[in-house]
Structure formats: C-alpha cells, structure tokens
Design a protein around this ligand. Structure first.
Ligand code: LLP
Length: 467
C-alpha cells in the first residue's frame, strides 16, 4: 500500500512536485488534489477512506460521487481549532451548505459543532430534518418568501436580512411572533477581489445586501423594532479567493460598521465575515491554508476592535468550498473515444455537465486520473468530454492521462463543493449516487436517480394520452 503524501493542513506544501512512491512509481500531480485518505492499493487502484474506488463503482454504479469523511471532518476541525488558537473572543464556524446540502452532510457538520448557513426553504428543511438546532441555523437569501421566513422563525433560526423588502416582511411577521425574531443585517462591503465575476459578491454593484450608504437608515429602522432582535452584522466578499488581503480588509470595514451600530444603540454582538477561501483544483492553485486564513481574519478583526475601542465580537464565518471541496471526488466510466489526428483526442465519460456544471459555467479547470491504473505513465493529453448534447460539455479541456480504454474508471478530484448541489437532469440524465467512505466502510448517502424519478412530477393531461 502506498500512501499519497498530503500535508496536514491539506492546503499547503509542494504538492505539484513529482514524487516517487515507496515502490518507485511516479505519482501524477493530480493525485495531490485527492482527499487526505487517498492511497494506491496492491491492485494499483485508487483507494479512498479505505475503499477501493473501482470496487465502489462496481457496487454503487457509475458515475459516483465519493465523499471522504475524514477529509470533511478534518477541514471542519481546522476551522474550529484555528479560531480557538488565534481568536480570543467567542467564535462559531458555520458551514455554507449551498456547497453540498444533504442529510448526511448536515449530520456530520453538526457533529463537528459547526452551525449551518442555508439559503432556501429546501436547504433549511434538510438541515432541520438532519437534526440541526434552529439556534445554529442562519438563513440567507436576497428574496426569501414569507413562507420561508415563517418556517425559519418557527424554528428560532437567525435570519440574515438582505434588503428593505425583507425587513418590512419581518416587522410584519414579528407582530404575530411571541418572542423577538433573531436577525443579522447583511451589508455590501465594497471590496473587490480576484475571482470569477459570477461568484463575486462584495463589490458595490452586487444584488446582495444593503448598500453601505444606507447603513444609518437601516440601523435607525431596526433599533426601533422591539419585535426584532438584531444580534449582528454580516458581509461576504466572494468565493474561490486565494488572497488573504481582501478578507482582512473586510475585517476593518465590518468592525467600523459594528462600532457605528453600537454607537447608535443597536446591541450587536456577532460579526459574520462570510466564506470564500479557495481550494486547489489543479496543481497550479496555491490557496492559503485554513489555519492561515483564520489567523489572518482573526488578527484583522482584533486589531480593528482595538482601533475603534469596541469589545471583541463573537466572530462567525461561513465557508463552504474549503470545508467540503477536496473531500469529494467523482468517479466516471470511460466510454467512447474520438481521435482527430493532429488535433485532439476526446474521451467521453458517462456523466458531464449535469453532475458537474462548473466547467461550462465558470470555465473551471480540473485534473483527472485513472483509478484502475494509478501508476500507468501519463502519456497523452486528451479532452475529457461529457455525454450531453452540447459541444461545451467538456469536463477537462486538457487532461494529462495514461492511455485509456473503454471501461476504465476516471476520477476527477475536488468535486465536493458545488457539484451535486448544482447538478441537473439536463438531457434527462439521472443524477449519480453518492457514498460516504471512511475506515473501509462505504455508506450510501444519496440514491441514484431512476428513470421513474425523472417522470415523477410529470402529469399527462388525459386528452394528450396516446391510445
Ligand atoms: N456565504 C455567502 C453569503 C455566500 O454567498 C457564499 C457562497 C458562501 C458563504 C460560501 O462561499 P465559499 O466558502 O463556498 O466560497 N457555485 C459557485 C460558487 C458560488 C458561491 C455562492 N456563495 C462555484 O461553483 O464556484
């Protein structure tokens, strides 16, 4: 058995340097993007969480989402321990469940003492069904319906208020609610960061949050409402961010708002600085470690609190991608191949943009490896295509791989975040199953969709029935 070297922080070190295994095989750079428990077994197969990936596909089918419990728990602990070590006030880490919201994931998150951020009635319902207490649920969204708000209020969740319309709805609802509704206020910090424009949220021209110009008006409005208990302020600057500085800048901005809120008589005690730490999708990516991120933001908040002479707040953050991204991989089976001489070779897998819409949406770049021939030399650069009727359905434009055959198992690492959660049934392709692996056990956490599932909601008016 050959252990694949990954560092304890999982996000630092020289993963991209070619490495020799104990038995002399060169490990492909892409293997450094794998979950912490990844190993190559005696059959030269990839093993995750003590389970042979080729056997998992045999047992649970293909494509298959595989979630490594150890990696998921480890990232949660890096966040929690980071705050305990680097922040002297109280803290609470929330998991941004939009990254992957599912009963089993919510249950693991809760067992690691993380709270959760939800952005829809559906995510909220799932978190509640998984047993997460309302006091640990923070409800986001820029257009929450009254029904969604009522569900959250009835479970004593905290509502992160995004805009005036929502504030008015909440004031109205508070007249029929026995105790004050716990709220936070989301403001747009006006911080630019380097990430894809679709996943930037902190710049002024963003659909999320109150404009900072309206700060005083919002604070004045809320302070008068006895039915609302405003416990804190929130801001989020974007996602897949590799620089620490914008998050540290946010620390200064949010503390400035906090001192203003206190001065205006709003008894705010919590500051939520959002999520956004990036992960390594390819060996060129080099994000800060979770610990360094926490240290950086904790220092920025602490310094700003000294500067403004305000007490240290309870500090919240809500990472999604950096909690679950590298814990997940997707296994596919290779089918057809098309060689266009002197131009390109396409190898096609049995999934694509329906289980991973990130390449077609954000031009995201991934790596791949062959789970059934881990030490085969990487001799060709190919395009890994999906099976959907769309030319843009290319999962990887340039994948370095060994020679492949139909039936080989191709694994794409770092697919734990925003893959299942953004999956679709485009072309009426059924969604994959998902398994949780750990200590040699594999538990089904998501059943594979069937054709019957696809037509479950369809209704055929009698007059259209073909007789
Ligand atoms: N908090 C708020 C208010 C957010 O909007 C988000 C992400 C997060 C926290 C978590 O951010 P993270 O730590 O995961 O970066 N679908 C895109 C990502 C969209 C992110 C949306 N908001 C993707 O696949 O890259």
């Amino acid at each position: 058995m050959t252990a694949i070297q990954t560092t304890s922080s999982h996000q630092s070190g020289h993963h991209f340097l070619p490495k020799e295994t104990e038995d002399g095989h060169t490990i492909s750079p892409n293997q450094w993007l794998l979950p912490l428990t990844a190993k190559v077994n005696a059959q030269d197969h990839l093993q995750i969480g003590g389970c042979d990936v080729v056997e998992l596909v045999g047992q649970f089918g293909s494509p298959l989402y595989i979630l490594d419990e150890t990696t998921l728990r480890t990232t949660c602990r890096h966040y929690r321990h980071g705050f305990l070590q680097h922040y002297s006030g109280q803290s609470q880490v929330l998991y941004a469940s939009k990254a992957w919201n599912m009963l089993a994931v919510c249950a693991i998150i809760a067992s690691e003492d993380l709270g959760i951020d939800v952005v829809s009635g559906g995510e909220l319902y799932t978190a509640l069904e998984a047993g997460i207490k309302g006091s640990l649920i923070y409800f986001h969204g820029n257009n929450k319906s009254v029904d969604e708000l009522e569900l959250a209020i009835s479970h004593d969740c905290t509502i992160v208020v995004d805009n005036w319309n929502e504030l008015h709805n909440l004031v109205h609802l508070s007249h029929h609610t026995p105790s004050p509704i716990s709220i936070m206020l989301r403001l747009t910090p006006g911080i630019e960061c380097h990430t894809h424009e679709y996943i930037r949220t902190g710049h002024l021209d963003s659909k999320f949050g109150f404009d900072p110009d309206q700060l005083e008006a919002v604070f004045n409005g809320v302070v008068k409402e006895t039915g609302l208990s405003c416990i804190g302020l929130h801001a989020h600057i974007g996602s897949q961010i590799f620089e620490l500085q914008p998050h540290q800048d946010l620390g200064g901005v949010i503390v400035q708002w906090y001192s203003k809120a206190l001065a205006m008589g709003l008894p705010v005690t919590e500051l939520n600085i959002g999520g956004g730490l990036g992960i390594r999708y390819t060996h060129q990516d080099d994000p800060p470690s979770i610990e360094n991120w926490v240290k950086g933001v904790a220092q920025a908040i602490t310094e700003a609190c000294h500067q403004y002479s305000v007490p240290l707040p309870k500090l919240l953050c809500e990472p999604g991608r950096s909690i679950i991204g590298t814990a997940g991989v997707t296994a596919y089976t290779i089918g057809s191949q098309k060689v266009i001489p002197q131009l390109r070779t396409y190898i096609t897998v049995d999934g694509g943009m329906s289980d991973n819409p990130r390449p077609i949406t954000y031009q995201s770049v991934y790596g791949a490896l062959l789970a059934n021939h881990m030490s085969a030399p990487m001799t060709q650069t190919v395009a890994v295509a999906g099976k959907h009727c769309e030319s843009g359905d290319i999962l990887i434009a340039q994948a370095l791989l060994p020679v492949t055959q139909s039936g080989d198992i191709l694994v794409i690492p770092a697919t734990g975040a925003y893959n299942y959660s953004m999956s679709s049934n485009y072309n009426r392709v059924t969604r994959p199953a998902a398994v949780l692996v750990g200590n040699g056990d594999a538990n089904l956490i998501l059943q594979r969709e069937t054709y019957q599932d696809l037509i479950r909601g369809d209704r055929l008016p009698e007059r259209l029935r073909i007789t």
